[in-house]
Design a protein. Structure first.
Length: 289
């Protein structure tokens, strides 16, 4: 059984929006530590690694390890129905979908935080959600504000296999405010479908070249909004703006972004979120003909 309740749907919206930029179907894994997803786009150009920690939720309970697969666009449509003031509960389970029950595990294994939070009211809500999630082939979604909305979405068969993370050593690291990075990408998108990132540890340049002209956006170490900049020599690599622009727009509520890369090597972006959510995005470099 899985029950995850949040005061807001923003965490779910951000994660599923990010996933939608590379895949149409997604298999999530839920454990006692939280809910995670890792997947690669069909062309093997981009990879996303995301995790919602259990501490991100107002209430979280997961017995054993549960894998569930959804059609991303259908899940996102439902999530978008949640307003800013709506709380959201996501659940899946029933006797056939979980491992050992809470009673079988024994009360001594229940986390101290859960013991504090689970009052008689919480237990009542939990029983309600278990009843709603009795079908192991359905994902139950409940939104509550001035009124209550309850959805059930049919799960799909999981066909994805485990996706390993690239083992890469990065020569360059830049940490900057997300808003500035978004605007810089927009500046480059005007003239090019690709972006060249150049950094020597003191200056970061985002460069675009196209038929209509060129664009060069420069950030110096110590500029306002640039929190960190370091490089072991100069790094220079080119990436697709189609992929990069899509993921940045999906995660535009991040506070800041960590940019790591090396010459002619994959790019890794880490989005610093305002809640307990981790999002990494890997992008392969453009191969020059």
């Amino acid at each position: 059984m899985l029950i995850a309740r949040s005061k807001s749907a923003e965490e779910w919206k951000t994660i599923v929006s990010a996933i939608s930029t590379i895949v149409e179907e997604a298999t999530f894994e839920a454990t006692s530590e939280g809910i995670s997803f890792r997947g690669m786009d069909p062309s093997h150009v981009a990879l996303i690694d995301v995790q919602l920690l259990n501490s991100a939720f107002e209430y979280y309970k997961c017995d054993g390890s549960i894998r569930f697969a959804v059609r991303v666009d259908e899940f996102l449509k439902l999530l978008k129905r949640a307003g800013k003031e709506d709380s959201i509960e996501v659940s899946i389970g029933g006797a056939g979908a979980v491992g050992e029950s809470r009673r079988e595990r024994g009360e001594e294994e229940v986390e101290e935080e859960e013991e504090r939070e689970v009052t008689a009211l919480e237990e009542s809500k939990e029983k309600e959600m278990v009843a709603l999630a009795s079908d192991e082939n359905m994902l139950s979604i409940k939104m509550v504000s001035k009124y209550t909305r309850q959805y059930k979405m049919r799960l799909i068969e999981s066909t994805s296999s485990s996706t390993p993370l690239p083992k890469i050593t990065f020569n360059t690291k830049v940490v900057m405010k997300m808003a500035q990075f978004i605007e810089a990408l927009k500046d480059v998108e005007i003239v090019s479908d690709y972006i060249t990132i150049r950094c020597d540890g003191n200056m970061l340049q985002l460069i675009g070249k196209g038929d209509s002209g060129d664009a060069v956006i420069t950030f110096n170490k110590g500029d306002e909004g640039v929190e960190e900049m370091s490089s072991n020599g100069e790094s220079n690599a080119t990436y697709s703006l189609e992929y990069l622009g899509s993921i940045v727009k999906a995660v535009d509520n991040a506070d800041s972004i960590v940019i790591e890369y090396s010459t002619r090597m994959p790019l890794r972006l880490e989005f610093k979120m305002p809640y307990m959510c981790r999002i990494y995005f890997y992008l392969a470099p453009r191969v020059e003909a």
